[in-house]
Write a protein that binds this ligand. Structure first.
Ligand code: MG
Ligand code: MG
Length: 250
């Protein structure tokens, strides 16, 4: 399936992305110490329903919820639970997907709930978002996948963070995960060329330790092997002639 989207598909993705940004903004506001991750999921369900979109994650490869909520050493794919209560100083990563008229967008953010426990946590969150911005900044018609990886890696490695390698960004639109893969590391001037009207998700995942991860017994949650804390930011973007349009801009 081609990654180049038609004007009609792009209109639907713009709408899908707008809904996603709105839901994530509401859930982010409610992410405070004492709330359970399941309660946050319920808020996402309610918000998206009122906007008229459908959740894109529910049932994807069997995922049991509408949103991934991953805390501290959990990097991504955390499953919301009534027993999982947000604590003061937790790094909480919210990853959400919306399907509107068959067109999907995907976006994530990390935040610190309540009071910052360690200044390095706050720096990790800030710098991981910066690395996403750096990856978006290099986009234009004809950009190479290695250009994106190099830009993201440049920011993260300057801070000596672990850069998750087992999980990567991806094409998105008709499906949640389309070709090609967009790694968060790479060499400028290498890799496949991407063209205008392609839609991709760029999603750096960084840790305060090593990049090694494992999957928890629940079959989903991706956790750092060394227990180090992590952050995750993601936007769905439309590549244009000279730059890119962020479809999930908050
Ligand atoms: Mg995502
Ligand atoms: Mg994604």
């Amino acid at each position: 399936m081609t990654q180049v989207k038609t004007p009609t598909e792009i209109l639907a993705m713009r709408e899908s992305g707008r809904m996603l940004a709105e839901v994530l903004s509401v859930v982010r506001r409610e992410t405070v110490p004492g709330i359970s991750t399941k309660q946050l999921s319920d808020i996402a369900v309610k918000e998206l329903k009122s906007l008229g979109g459908k959740p894109a994650f529910l049932g994807f490869q069997g995922f049991p919820d509408v949103i991934c909520i991953s805390i501290n050493e959990e990097v991504v794919h955390g499953i919301p639970r009534t027993s999982r209560i947000i604590q003061d100083g937790d790094i909480v990563s919210l990853d959400f997907g919306v399907d509107y008229n068959g067109m999907i967008t995907d976006s994530a953010l990390s935040l610190i709930a309540g009071k910052v426990r360690d200044p390095r946590d706050a720096e990790l969150v800030t710098n991981t978002e910066k690395s996403l911005d750096a990856g978006i900044k290099v986009l234009h018609d004809g950009v190479q996948i290695g250009d994106i990886g190099a830009a993201v890696e440049g920011i993260l490695s300057a801070h000596h963070y672990g850069i998750i390698r087992d999980l990567v960004g991806h094409g998105v639109g008709h499906q949640l995960h389309e070709d090609p893969n967009i790694p968060n590391f790479g060499t400028k001037g290498t890799g496949m060329h991407l063209n205008k009207n392609m839609t991709i998700a760029i999603e750096p995942m960084a840790t305060l330790g090593s990049h090694h991860v494992y999957i928890a017994d629940d079959g989903w949650t991706v956790i750092t092997e060394d227990g180090s804390r992590s952050a995750h930011f993601e936007h769905t973007v439309l590549i244009t002639e000279k730059d890119a349009e962020v479809l999930t801009k908050r």
